[in-house]
Design a protein around this ligand. Structure first.
Ligand SMILES: Cc1cc2nc3c(=O)[nH]c(=O)nc-3n(C[C@H](O)[C@H](O)[C@H](O)COP(=O)(O)OP(=O)(O)OC[C@H]3O[C@@H](n4cnc5c(N)ncnc54)[C@H](O)[C@@H]3O)c2cc1C
Length: 388
């Protein structure tokens, strides 16, 4: 994930000064840096193992640092910070229903145990299989298979002998490193973190099976290895080190017409609103930008103008999110159609300034007033897709 252009990368937690609205916002980076991998380049190979591009990892890029780590580590930092702010977090608690009452200016949820919770705004961050999506849209938006699935794993290098095998030890010798292999309909990425002590890999492969209710299964190593049959033997060597892996279907949704309910008191955020392909490397980043932007607009609008704030929020976010989704599709297609002689910068994972040099917090502060004024004066029009 990338966090705003003004971020201090090693240790910061910024809390905006309390505004007259009484809503406080906090942007968190504290503690993330040591948990993340810090490779200096992406070393990209074709399926035969020829190095076709070394893409330097520039830090900071356009003034922003990237934080790439295990999601559990990142969750822990965010979780502990939220607890320190006094946020009421309930684990293993299922939301069964959403509701809103226009006349009262309230919304809320009903938990599966029956408890009813009331709020000014419900922010449904319930992921790609979002139950809130149906409530917000008023219909079921069926997910579509992307035609691909990923096998993914994360494990300790020494425990699995990565450092002993000459076919894989390059992952551990020189701090954190990042390698990729690209070929027809497949790409594999593997990186080390914690100074070469922890390994993760992900391998995307064709998957035309029908969508079922469950999209994530334990992967079978013989199936994983079949995908790289005839490939650079370093791929099989690394893949087979994993003690287990997950087979995760990549599903997509057409862009939703809106992320806001009829009365603008229940909203979708993150993957619930806009799932991403992993090749965009942006799903969590855009979810965090959603949150930062939302925090700012609510702070500026105050409790009396929550519905205006969320309309401005959708307006500020919609086209940017779509553009970054499309970037992920373009990378996948480029890598999966690589030809034998292809080399060089054209194969890069794009890191454009519009995406990486963007400070969601500053943008929300500078854009809210005009956006809200336009909506208040001329009414709200649903967002449109960016020009293709
Ligand atoms: C293989 C892979 C690699 C990826 N790599 C990257 C990357 O490098 N960079 C990046 O930025 N993104 C990456 N992503 C995307 C990223 O993981 C997602 O975009 C991100 O997790 C979305 O966060 P979210 O909070 O919106 O949803 P989620 O992380 O899916 O969280 C949703 C939560 O809601 C809970 N929930 C659902 N329904 C209910 C209910 N009824 N009641 C209570 N709770 C409920 C779920 O249990 C879950 O905990 C990757 C994704 C995949 C699959």
């Amino acid at each position: 994930m990338s966090i705003g252009a003004e971020s201090t990368h090693e240790n910061f937690a910024r809390v905006a000064p309390p505004a007259s609205t009484g809503i406080k916002i906090a942007i968190v980076g504290a503690g993330l840096w040591p948990l993340c991998g810090h490779p200096t380049a992406l070393n990209l190979h074709n399926y035969l193992g020829e190095l076709v591009r070394v893409q330097p990892t520039i830090q900071p890029l356009f003034g922003a640092y990237s934080y790439n780590g295990h999601r559990a580590d990142i969750h822990k930092v965010l979780f502990e910070h939220a607890i320190s702010l006094g946020v009421d977090i309930r684990m293993s608690t299922e939301v069964a229903e959403y509701w809103e009452d226009d006349s009262e200016g309230k919304a809320g949820i009903i938990l599966s145990g029956g408890e009813r919770i009331e709020a000014d705004l419900v922010v449904a961050a319930d992921g790609i299989r979002s139950p809130a999506r149906k409530y917000v849209l008023g219909y079921s938006d069926k997910p579509k298979p992307s035609g691909y699935a990923v096998y993914r794993a994360w494990f300790d290098a020494a425990e699995q002998g990565v450092d002993k095998d000459p076919m894989t030890s390059y992952m551990c010798k020189d701090g954190d490193v990042f390698h990729g292999w690209i070929g027809q309909d497949v790409h594999m990425l593997t990186s080390s973190s914690h100074g070469g002590k922890t390994i993760s890999w992900v391998i995307t492969h064709k998957d035309d099976t029908e969508l079922q209710d469950i999209w994530s299964f334990p992967g079978k190593m013989e199936d994983v290895l079949e995908v790289v049959k005839g490939w650079d033997p370093r791929c099989a060597a690394m893949l087979s080190k994993a003690p287990s892996c997950i087979d995760w279907k990549l599903i997509v949704h057409d862009p939703l017409p809106t992320w806001i309910s009829k009365s603008a008191r229940v909203i979708l955020i993150g993957d619930a609103a806009h799932p991403f392909l992993p090749t965009s490397v942006q799903g969590a980043s855009q979810a965090i930008e959603d949150g930062v932007t939302l925090a700012v607009v609510l702070q500026l609008a105050g409790k009396g103008q929550v519905t205006l704030a969320v309309k401005a929020w959708e307006n500020l976010r919609y086209q940017r999110v779509r553009k970054s989704q499309l970037m992920g599709e373009a990378v996948r297609d480029k890598w999966h159609r690589v030809k034998p002689g292809d080399r060089g910068e054209d194969l890069d994972m794009p890191r454009p300034e519009w995406l990486f040099g963007f400070d969601a917090e500053a943008h929300a502060y500078s854009s809210y007033e005009d956006t809200a004024k336009e909506i208040a004066e001329n009414g709200y029009r649903l967002p449109t897709l960016p020009p293709s």
